[in-house]
Design a protein around this ligand. Structure first.
Ligand code: FAD
Length: 420
């Protein structure tokens, strides 16, 4: 079978990354199968905040956070939480994170994020345009708002740093905010507006739209878990409970679950962990905001979607096994209180938790190994939705260098597996 496998590429993982890549690879004429034990889009890609966050070129941790870190981690309902029982497992990851805060690695991270983010919007417009689903993305900008006058200085400093990175940003005073988002309360004093950002009206519908297009283009979907595999002379063999699946190449795109298969196929142990995040979906709150609004002080985002307003955010270090603490999702509603003239309704609200796939240098792996038989696309942390379309273009170029059209794409060197 391995001498003549039915599949050119087996994509393991049907999140936004795997599905976007599968579609692009199929458009290069490759025979693609996507394998996932869950229906497509039921991992982190289901419930993210839907923000095309091209302005987020700085990793969430920097040296300024270090002093505040112990207090933040101890606050069980705070924006950043560590389950102390998970600390022994997380310690090597945290150590690497701290080492990455040194000047040179930090600059590498910023350059790597910036390169991906700069190409993200155009890549999404190409991808959604190709499948005639451009209505799923609104490019109406987003706002980072502040309430306390003490925050003004921090905001100005951020604006300068963003300006240095050529991120388009406008300073908005309270008056401009009242005009465009009249439902926000008087507490909002001003903010930074990012005109080249956007939001998806429903992140899950984005996955299903890509799946529909992929199926129409000949991609098949199998509901199976990949338990391991081997690289062979003429391809790869993947193990499922129902026997082996052979393909010429494999793409590992299992989000936060990508480390074991990467180790089995390449021998490299990636320090992948998860930053668990939560959302609370408020179905009775459509039309409250014209674009996503993030609160600088309260550290969460509110995104208007077709099915309501989504409150999302928080980072919890507790690994992949511990059940969700949905109190953290409900806490997002408490955080929203006072931000609107009239408080948000929780009627029929639904809480959710998902696993952000995070590497300690905040950059994804977008690469190939084992003579090109193993492709890798995972570790997109807080920005997997933003970066999915550009990741798919980079992957397609890697898999079919001759036949891929050539928009300017980020250089692959920054996202190598071999950095670990
Ligand atoms: C609360 C929250 C808010 C967020 N907000 C944003 C945002 O506004 N903007 C943004 O850009 N990003 C955001 N993100 C991040 C984004 O959601 C993720 O980076 C992205 O969804 C990762 O996509 P993925 O395809 O790599 O992983 P996933 O969507 O998690 O998909 C991985 C898939 O792999 C499958 N899988 C796992 N193990 C196996 C196996 N052994 N065999 C086969 N399949 C397997 C899983 O079942 C899953 O379907 C947010 C995340 C969270 C949690």
């Amino acid at each position: 079978m391995a001498n003549n496998p039915a599949h050119d590429i087996a994509v393991v993982g049907a999140g936004i990354i795997g599905v976007a890549c599968a579609l692009r690879l199929a458009r290069q004429g490759l025979r693609v199968v996507v394998i996932d034990p869950q229906p497509p889009g039921h991992g982190a890609s289901f419930g993210n905040a839907g923000h095309l966050a091209t302005e987020q070129v700085f990793p969430i941790a920097d040296v300024s956070i270090l002093k505040r870190l112990p207090g933040m981690l101890l606050d069980s309902m705070g924006p950043l939480r560590l389950d102390w029982r998970y600390l022994p497992r997380a310690l090597p990851w945290f150590t690497r994170l701290l080492l990455n805060l040194r000047a040179q690695p930090f600059e590498n991270t910023v350059a790597g994020l910036r390169a991906l983010n700069e190409s993200s919007l155009a890549a999404w417009q190409r991808l959604l345009g190709d499948i005639q689903r451009s209505e799923l993305l609104k490019v109406d900008g987003s706002l980072l708002a502040y309430e306390r006058s003490e925050s003004r200085q921090a905001l100005e400093a951020l604006q300068q740093r963003l300006h240095q990175q050529q991120v388009p940003v406008d300073v908005w005073q309270a008056g401009a905010i009242r005009e465009t988002a009249p439902q926000l309360s008087e507490r909002i004093q001003g903010g930074l507006f990012f005109p080249r950002t956007g939001h998806f009206i429903d992140p899950y519908r984005v996955v299903t739209a890509l799946v529909d297009a992929a199926k129409a283009g000949g991609v098949s979907f199998l509901q199976q878990r990949i338990a391991g595999g081997q690289v062979q002379d003429d391809g790869v063999c993947l193990h499922t409970d129902n026997g082996p699946i052979n393909a010429r190449r494999v793409l590992i795109a299992c989000g936060a679950h990508s480390a074991p298969l990467t180790a089995a196929l390449t021998g490299i142990k990636v320090p992948l962990d998860t930053e668990r995040g939560y959302h609370l979906m408020l179905p009775h709150e459509t039309g409250r905001l014209p674009f996503p609004v993030t609160s600088l002080e309260r550290k969460f985002i509110m995104t208007p979607m077709s099915d309501g307003l989504r409150l999302a955010g928080t980072v919890e270090f507790a690994g992949l096994q511990k059940p969700a603490n949905m109190q953290r999702a409900w806490q997002l509603h408490r955080l929203s209180q006072g931000l609107f003239r009239e408080d948000l309704s929780t009627e029929a609200a639904t809480p959710w938790m998902g696993f952000r796939p995070s590497l300690p240098d905040s950059l994804p792996v977008i690469d190939q190994a084992c003579d090109g038989k193993v492709l890798l696309a995972f570790g997109h942390q807080h920005l997997g939705l933003t970066q999915a379309a550009v990741t798919a273009e980079m992957l397609a170029r890697m898999a079919c260098p001759a036949s891929t059209p050539a928009p300017d794409l980020p250089r692959r060197e920054r996202y190598r597996l071999a950095r670990f």
